[in-house]
Ligand binder design. Sequence first.
Ligand code: FMN
Length: 440
Amino acid sequence: MKKQIRLNLIFHTSGRHDAGWKTFEDPTGLVDDIDHQIAYAKLAEEAKFDAIFLPDTPAALGKSFLRKPRRGLDPVVTLAAIAMHTKHLGLISTAQSLQGHPYLVARAMATLHHVSKGRAGWNIVTSQDDYMLDALGLSADAKLDREERYAKASEFVEIVTALWDSLPKSAIVADKENDVYIDPALTHPIDYEGKYFKSKGVLQLTGRYEGERPLMFQAGISPESRKFGSKYADVLFTSQPNLDKDRAFYAEVKGYAEGYGRNPDHLLVCPGLYAVVAESDAKARALKAEIDEMMDLNFLILQLAGQVGLPIEELDPNKPLPVELFDKIPTDDSVIQYRRDDIGGVSQANGFTVKQLVHHNLTRGQRTIFGTPEQIADIIEDWSDTNVGDGFNVNAHVQPLGVERFKDVITELQNRGRYRKEYAHASFRENYGLPASPKV
Ligand SMILES: Cc1cc2nc3c(=O)[nH]c(=O)nc-3n(C[C@H](O)[C@H](O)[C@H](O)COP(=O)(O)O)c2cc1C
């Protein structure tokens, strides 16, 4: 059998494109209309995506997100509603692993797993955004350096997984004669005392559905994040600036997995991609350009000026980015220096004008691919064969068109024997081709 490709849909409420919401006649429900989310999830299931992935950050409005809708609904509650209207789709919810208590996440994810009959996934994130800290009443001093961040996240994950296993189904003996519903001798109470978290006792529901745990996903970039993810996760989400870095990431994390005594094939790697599908490459580019024009160009240029640390007056929309000014206007800010190298490099490599550059930059690091279903399928097959990823997180440019069109890419991959034709199993884990959870 040819190597099978996994595909998740990143569940943006109106599409990945920042102006996607302007294509809706009435965009006011995009943050809180559950019917909209359900309709969209059904479309993803019709297209036979393996899963939908809900990125999430508490207090997302603190960032510059007043200019476009963010999904406001809580991800676990949203996915529970979606679970009632879908049958096979994996349901990946983001939940923080630094703030809050692991017990609450263990319970919420286990609940989603039961409600969806074995389809829950937890995207473990370690962000410590200022807006989130403010909203949660935590001071900036609560920020941890990377090493501590992942040490704390490790405790979080260890508690969650131990809790999931603390009440095996077999402990629910339901012995009517002797009035014993749960036999405590068959439970595995935890007694965890870490540096950051403590937890004692048994989760009040089984953390597994038909013997399988929720799938664990992890999203991060740093070296510490790679080691952490390779140890605990089933799947790593990543976003690298170029294909060579993707391949290096792939090789590195598979090596770490082996070092942790795991079969590297059981750790899947899923980079993001941004696909615009049409009848031809030119039509796909025109489709994106049409939506690009709906953006406020002055705002985008102002943003770019801030990103690369140049005065806005120096940025003419119809001329190239003046990279020669980087030396004349030096910066000691390492983030701006990184962006100068990155954005300046992209601008020069493509011969972009500032206007073209800001429109390109809209995808923020997501690799953009344009073309017919066949052309997109060629690229995905090649990336799968050359170890860019085992699967991909698909960003569709606008909804629902982006998903409707991507369905043809999936059909093409199915015809080439690279994607399963049907959801073969009931559980997300099996559909993803991963081995059974460790026995308790
Ligand atoms: C592909 C990808 C997706 C992410 N999704 C989220 C998310 O939905 N919510 C969130 O708070 N952080 C998200 N993050 C942020 C990471 O969890 C992490 O905080 C960030 O990458 C910084 O950590 P690092 O420097 O160790 O990589 C994501 C990161 C990546 C690479």
